[in-house]
Design a protein around this ligand. Structure first.
Ligand SMILES: [Zn+2]
Length: 95
């Protein structure tokens, strides 16, 4: 088990074990910069993105899009912007 400094939460944590779907350079970056906890968050985010943008994972453009999003999510791509998805805040906050 590798311990890495996560680029998202900045904690020293166990690195993500499996980066299903991601390959090559993106995968290498994730394995050395993403902790398992943040990865689990990303997986939820990814599901939202796939639904929101109706991504077809057989389409190489979807690959490209998700590669960019995951790098932005982990702050590994300065040029990338995280797409907005509808976020419903938990109730009972404020007031
Ligand atoms: Zn993290």
């Amino acid at each position: 088990m590798a311990v890495i400094t996560c680029s998202r939460c900045e904690g020293e944590k166990e690195a993500v074990a499996k980066t299903a779907f991601y390959r090559g350079e993106v995968r290498d970056k994730l394995l050395t910069h993403a902790c398992q906890e943040c990865w689990d968050e990303w997986i939820k985010m990814q599901i939202m993105l796939i639904n929101e943008y109706r991504l077809n994972l057989m389409d190489p453009k979807s690959d490209e899009f998700l590669n960019k999003q995951v790098l932005a999510f982990f702050k590994l791509d300065d040029s990338g912007e995280v797409a907005n998805v509808d976020f419903i805040p938990p109730p009972g906050d404020g007031a």
